[in-house]
Design a binder for this molecule. Sequence first.
Ligand code: SER
Length: 586
Amino acid sequence: MNLKDEYIKFFVSKGHKQIPSAPVVPENDPSVLFNTAGMQPLIPYLMGEEHPYGKRLVDYQKCIRTNDLDSIGDKTHHTFFEMLGNWSLGDYFKKESIGYSIEFLTQVLHIPLNKLAVTVFKGNDMIGPDKESAEAWISHGIKKERIAYMGEEDNWWPNMENIGPCGSDTEIFYFSSEEEVPEVFDPEDDRWVEIWNNVFMEYNHNEDGTFTLLPKKNVDTGMGYERVVAILEGVSDNYKSSVWKSIIDTICRVSNRSYEGNEESIRIIADHIRTSVFIAADKSGIKPSNTDQGYILRRLIRRSIRHAKKLGIDIESDWDKEIALSVIEEYSKYYSELEENKDVVLEVLKSEKIKFNRTLEKGLREFEKIMRKLDEDTLCKEDAFRLYDTYGFPIELTVELAGERGRSVDIKGFKEKFKAHQELSRTQSKGKFKGGLAGGGEMETKYHTATHLLNAALRKVVGSGVHQKGSNITSERMRFDFSCDHKLSEEEKEQVEELVNKWISEKIDVLKEEMPKEEAIKSGAECMFIEKYPDIVTVYSIGDFSRELCGGPHVKNTGELGTFKIIKEEASSAGVRRIKAVLSDE
Ligand code: SER
């Protein structure tokens, strides 16, 4: 019996339409890097839009959670997982949803009723205790002692802070131990494990903090596939369930090691390669990089290489290809994109391996240099972070290498720096998505490049004391604020305009390079707030007169810009002037 197939079959028999899994990179929710729950792609429909497949839906959805990447290696965490879900979009509600859950668990999975317990919402200022759910459970034979009423922290999904559709839920627990099942359900007793969550989505949490009723009452249920398979198969280590068998067998074969005694590295390789295969095969076409989803992909591949080395695998061999192929074989029945994009996946793994091997050597040289200069016992957080960020050294590698020389690493300091960096990239990626969506059009892109030309022209005409203080771009015009102690003369304005137009007419290529931040600064690149940039930055240069740290986007050649014209020059604030300018086709 396969849980996924049985689940779909059951809900289809109850009038649900199977919908395909959405891509793992959200198509219309720029606030997150990956889908983290089955309901995420359905948000517009939970908010009231009509779904083309109707009101009753069922699926298995690819999800990725990266918030505890560092916990991977233990028995229960996975980065990638599948979530089984069924939905009612304004159709059935609590009673029927609970009826389906009980029927599926007891009739299809043959779980004895006595091994089940549930939590229901105890109520808050907005709604009373969820007696309707409790009664529904009781009507299906769940004893009163097996129902626990819990508060917002446990039985409100996703939580009280998140903006968007939400509601109270009822969670189903399974008694996972062979011991006698206690009469009274104690949610604190960890022999009871959560297997299914039925959310009754009837509210929208608005931006202004208020909760309003959604146009329809919906049901959103979610069941973590790998977890439930492990529970049903009675294994306490998720990686020992049938879900992982062929992948782990492949890793044991290519490393010539047994699972026992090498669990941590084998789990990490299995999880990370499986996730990498799914990211690389996704419709979104993510490639390893230093930002956003690409950075996650890079980290996953590099960490799996590092653990393959630990197991003594010859990195140059096809070990990664073989593991990836076993993932593809295992899953392509459910996700045809894996087979379709097989070559892309294998190429991503291969080229990232080559890149990492290169930086690994450079990083080792850098490490030796640090060691030679080190006169204390502890490698400082700055060096540890540089090894991580510029050379892709996972902190464990630095710690291990330092340990071999009897030195330690300021791990706490590293973690703080790492956290600050993560927060920064999160804010940046949010900002970038916004900027990208709102400002990535053709005209905006042109204005973006014109900003760099204007900046360079002002520095040539007015003086090198000019620095950018801000900018704002719409598809209609650009606005540029810069440090300058005087009102520009007509002559200065004319010269600036002429110079920008001269560079445009010279049709100069705009070059884009990635490099460590320090190198960029040394090379004389301009930037507004150096501390706001990650350690690896993008530098755009135009001819020999403009070089700036910038996230883009930019045109490929200045010839694309048209005619540049200043329409206004005015004071912005003390010591800061503001120019408004337009580009036209004349
Ligand atoms: N959205 C809920 C969850 O992720 C139920 O699907 O648990």
